[in-house]
Design a protein around this ligand. Sequence first.
Ligand code: GLU
Ligand code: MG
Length: 629
Amino acid sequence: MGLLSQGSPLNWEETKKYADHVRKHGIVQFLNIYNKVKERQKDVLLWGDEVEYMLIEMDEKNEKVRLVLNGGEVLETLQDKGEKTNPNHPTLWRPEYGSYMIEGTPGQPYGGTMSEFNTVEDNMGKRRREASSVLNKNETLATITSFPRLGCPGFTQPEYNPTPVEKGVSKSLFFPDEAINGHPRFSTLTRNIRHRRGEKVVINVPIFKDKCTPSPFVEKFPEDDGEAARAALPDHIYMDAMGFGMGNCCLQVTFQACSIEEARYLYDQLATFCPIVMALSAASPFYRGYVSDIDCRWGVISASVDDRTREERGLEPLKSNKFRILKSRYDSIDSYLSSCGDKYNDIDLTIDEEINKQLLDAGIDKLLAQHIAHLFIRDPLSLFEEKIHLDDENESDHFENLQSTNWQTMRFKPPPPNSDIGWRVEFRPMEVQLTDFENSAYVVFIVLLTRVILSYKLDFLIPLSKVDENMKVAQERNAVQEGMFYFRKDIYKGCNPVLDSSSAAQNGLDSEGDNEYILMSIDTIINGKEGVFQGLIPILNCYLENMEVDVDTRCTILNYLKLIKRRASGELMTIAKWMREFVDKHTQYKQDSVITDKINYDLLRKCDSISKGEERCPELFGDPVNRGK
Ligand code: GLU
Ligand code: MG
């Protein structure tokens, strides 16, 4: 989850004093990097995935499943046995927000050849086996996006009580501080977000109203001092801690582009896919022991790290804050970065004018300057006493500080100082799937999409406000089948300078006067529809036909694309839908939206055996020919 510094963390009052210092030097650090590497061309395509995992314990005797808070030790063991023994070890392990979480990546990035697609699942399998091998008996590694009973009494092993009243980090009614990773970065972020905001974070997720769900659905919180009663909305599942968001798992992909221009182009193009692929990967229907009415985690995390004050949120006139800020730090992107994207930048962009000017004066173009000046409206959330005064030529911690706490759907990543890493972009919206097969399929689908976008110079851009509307739809229950998404009709027209300057293009109209984009279902976008849109899978298939690929790799890729295709058409279920059906059919489920311990146990046991390949699940992924490779 970003930069890990060692040292003594400062509290919010102290951090705040250094906010301008961090921003000022962060910009200098960015400019130093930019000037050194702006001309870099011909970096090769490299890419890698990140999978986040939860450690869970199956208590057979009590038929209970709990999150195990030993991620710290597990991580240390994995690193000792892995990268610390052998620099070429095939896996890398990193901490994540929850003390029950770890994150795994391949040891080395994948390269640009097609045959690498055939090694992804294998590497994910290695990670799963490696991590599983260091767990205690009854413990298992779960790739679930949200733990259904996160924040319910006794959801951790060992068990801890939350500390809403005493001094604590989250002060949550539900989420104990012990469930937060022991590295000071994570608790400092948690505390400083709360202090900066001036109150606990507020997460309200609409509850799924089943036949016997009380209506209105209103909860009482015995330990509440009044804050929860004010914050909780009727008919919603209320949550009050960063852990409810950042304690969820996802699947991410990072690409190295061959130049800064290519990175900016990819950033923009992929941004339009974030809502579509998120809906296709939907895997998180349950929160704090209840069935919700959403299928994706996005809005939950967004609210869980929303450090904006009341003034910044527009609830009070600006007095002590500088800006009215429209979104949380964890949210969708606010501006395109490539010249083709400029005319589609139609979202109000709050920027720090001074920083913007400083960047423009230093020779940065308008689009990149405003992107950085927008990220830099935020305050640093964690700062270490030993890391205040830095060597701006050779370090980038202050830049990274703000960069890594702007958690947007896409991230544009300048190279670290003095490294041979190139310009990168990160694709961040996907939910993690149960099996390595599915996770590989989603990853390979995205990487192939970038290949096709670059080779055929495709253009998927639509006004960014429409991408934001898509983000909202994408999280709704069953969006994959019922949602309608704005999508570009003609993706071959590309970014045509003549057309771009015409007033028709500015109005979002193409030369015939029709809209450039229309509402489509995910099935149409992915699989195509006669006379409407040719579909992404047919385009990818056409690309594959023209590529030299060995038979085995081709078969693997086709299996992956088949999964995406069938999930999009509704022939196969998303994880979210499948989980909902599992709960609905459970004999103990009372149609009251409650996920009991027993239901949770049975669900996660089932997930575990599917993840391990012990059990087939044709509703989720059919019967792929070479599964388990
Ligand atoms: N776990 C977060 C998510 O589900 C992402 C944290 C990270 O940036 O690594 O989106
Ligand atoms: Mg992560």
